[in-house]
Design a binder for this molecule. Structure first.
Ligand code: UT7
Length: 324
């Protein structure tokens, strides 16, 4: 059985925080944020919007684009680091709200690489007989962002993207993929409080342990290396060279990470999709949002070779080569 990308949909919340807004909140400047990260603005979920709310809208858009009733969905995978709650899974909340039948539904935790991990799992499900699988990358990092910490708060935005993966007799859309993880440096990017190691308590909240903690410059170095490795290993598996790629969609964390990775790979800037200036780092949502944009704007055309690469908390990293 082969895998096809039938449709994609995405959603970002209406509220926007600009760099000028952050100048009023912390000791920062538009100039610092733009030059160090490439970000100008980001979409932020409303107080009453959680990750499943964003996921439901993105999923409905994908189903509409595919002209498919939710009744035909056979699996739902949500990649997220910010589930509505620790349990039940966000995927179960999406299942009931979109009106899908009682199908297999679960979350995966692979940080910003989660959507790509989800695609690989969907591919395996297709091979074992499933059809019409929703792979959702969704995060509301604003809910766990410390808006008094200038080193992290300017970076993150909220959003969701959903891909509908179908079974096909025709060509496989996933030509190759590569995935890796290394937990030895997990401390560099984490949300320490609220889990079973440091359960939520007055003390954990007073110590602000329920917020994202990141040693940005250390993460930066690992990210460039890992994203380049993911690209080369993914391409090698399909015997495709970097010059054959029509579009590179990297995880949108930092313009300097993207440029350094593209330079290492000798992929020219015009073949690299960058939208983090408008969305910031939306974690697991960044690649599906960018893929949706590429398709809607005609930057991804039928038959194009699209390489998607990501790096995120864990650390996890990986790549998926798509024939659109
Ligand atoms: O999603 C996957 C994982 N995440 C990432 O891939 C993010 C990776 N890291 C990064 O994107 C970058 O490391 C950052 C954008 C977070 C930071 O850029 P940097 O060039 O690595 O800066 P830095 O952390 O080395 O800090 C340089 C200086 C520091 O001041 P001192 O110690 O040199 O005086 C920081 O305190 O910049 C200061 N700084 C700021 N200044 C103004 C840090 N944040 C800010 C800020 N505004 N918002």
């Amino acid at each position: 059985m082969k895998t096809s990308l039938a449709a994609i949909g995405s959603y970002t919340p209406e509220k926007i925080l600009t760099n000028a807004d952050f100048e009023k909140m912390v000791d920062t400047s538009d100039e610092w944020i733009r030059t160090r990260s490439g970000i100008r603005e980001r979409h932020i979920a409303a107080d009453d919007q959680a990750t499943s709310d964003l996921s439901v809208i993105a999923s409905k858009r994908a189903l509409e684009a595919a002209h498919l009733s939710p009744k035909h969905v056979q699996a739902i995978i949500v990649a997220t680091a910010t589930p509505d709650m620790l349990f039940p899974s966000t995927a179960c909340l999406v299942q009931t709200r979109i009106g899908a039948p009682h199908v297999i539904s679960f979350d995966i935790s692979a940080g910003c690489t989660g959507f790509l991990y989800g695609l690989a799992i969907a591919e395996s499900l297709v091979k074992s007989g499933y059809d019409n699988i929703l792979v959702i990358g969704a995060d509301t990092l604003s809910k766990i962002t410390d808006y008094t910490d200038r080193t992290t708060c300017v970076l993150f935005g909220d959003g969701a993207g959903a891909a509908l993966i179908k079974r096909t007799e025709l060509e496989d859309c996933i030509l190759s993929s590569y995935f890796a993880a290394d937990g030895s440096s997990w401390q560099l990017l984490q949300q320490p409080g609220g889990g079973s190691r440091i359960p939520a308590s007055h003390d954990s909240v007073d110590k602000r342990l329920h917020y994202i903690k990141m040693q940005g410059n250390e993460v930066f170095k690992l990210a460039v290396r890992a994203m380049s490795e993911a690209a080369l290993k993914t391409l090698k598996k399909a015997s495709i060279s970097t010059s054959q790629i029509d579009l590179l969609i990297p995880h949108q964390a930092n313009i300097r990470i993207i440029e350094a990775s593209a330079k290492r790979l000798h992929i020219p800037a015009e073949k690299v999709l960058v939208n983090l200036d408008r969305y910031g780092n939306t974690s697991a949502a960044s690649i599906p949002i960018a893929l949706d944009q590429a398709i809607r704007e005609g930057r991804a055309k039928k038959g194009d070779l699209i390489l998607m690469i990501a790096f995120g908390a864990g650390f996890t990293w990986g790549g998926v080569l798509l024939r659109y």
